[in-house]
Design a protein around this ligand. Structure first.
Ligand SMILES: Cc1cc2nc3c(=O)[nH]c(=O)nc-3n(C[C@H](O)[C@H](O)[C@H](O)COP(=O)(O)O)c2cc1C
Length: 180
């Protein structure tokens, strides 16, 4: 039954902090692969509508599970703009940038490290899809974004890595194409 939302409802309906916590918890489960010992993806969130969480940008620290606010204010236009002007990233309740530390992965694994960063991002993305579905929400992986603008917006130093995947979670808009 899982489908990618083609857009989200926007409006005022929010998700709870407990739902967001459950979603974030699955991103930190172990990756079952021979390269899965070290993690190379850092998550940033654009919180649009999460009860009890001020709107803004947050960095997710998995151990211990904490959100560090790095920007204040409405992020809907920015999240959509950075995602190649796809409105769904602004209409979601929360959008994500996954930042991959490719240099560290390549130091650890040679050239294959580049692929492993993307494998990890894909695994996290699929967990986000399933967690959202289990919570009665919708999700969409977003592979289209403006790399340099994302780095600038998140104030990433070059050694922090580069954006490899975006994601959005919220209340999916009904669309007949999803019935097919
Ligand atoms: C890596 C990846 C990148 C994607 N990028 C986008 C995107 O930029 N915009 C979008 O609307 N959907 C995006 N999608 C959603 C796909 O269009 C969708 O998964 C695909 O059409 C299959 O539909 P389904 O997920 O409902 O089975 C992406 C999905 C994945 C897995």
């Amino acid at each position: 039954m899982r489908r990618s939302a083609l857009d989200f409802l926007g409006g005022v309906q929010s998700i709870s902090l407990a739902q967001l916590s459950a979603i974030l918890a699955v991103t930190n489960r172990p990756v079952c692969a021979d390269f899965g010992g070290a993690r190379f993806i850092q998550l940033y969130l654009y919180a649009h509508r999460v009860d009890g969480l001020e709107i803004g940008v947050y960095r997710f620290w998995p151990e211990p599970s904490e959100l560090e606010q790095t920007r204040c204010g409405d992020q809907r236009v920015a999240a959509a703009g950075l995602s190649l002007a796809q409105e769904l990233a602004g209409n979601a309740c929360v959008a994500f940038s996954m930042i991959g530390d490719i240099e560290r992965a390549v130091r650890a694994h040679g050239d294959r490290g580049y692929r492993y960063v993307h494998f990890e991002a894909g695994a996290i993305g699929h967990r986000l899809y399933l967690a959202a579905e289990a919570l009665g929400l919708g999700a969409t992986g977003i592979g289209a974004f403006y790399d340099e603008e994302v780095h600038r917006y998140l104030n990433l130093a070059p050694e922090q890595g580069q954006v490899v995947y975006h994601f959005a979670i919220g209340y999916p808009a009904a669309d007949p194409r999803l019935e097919a």
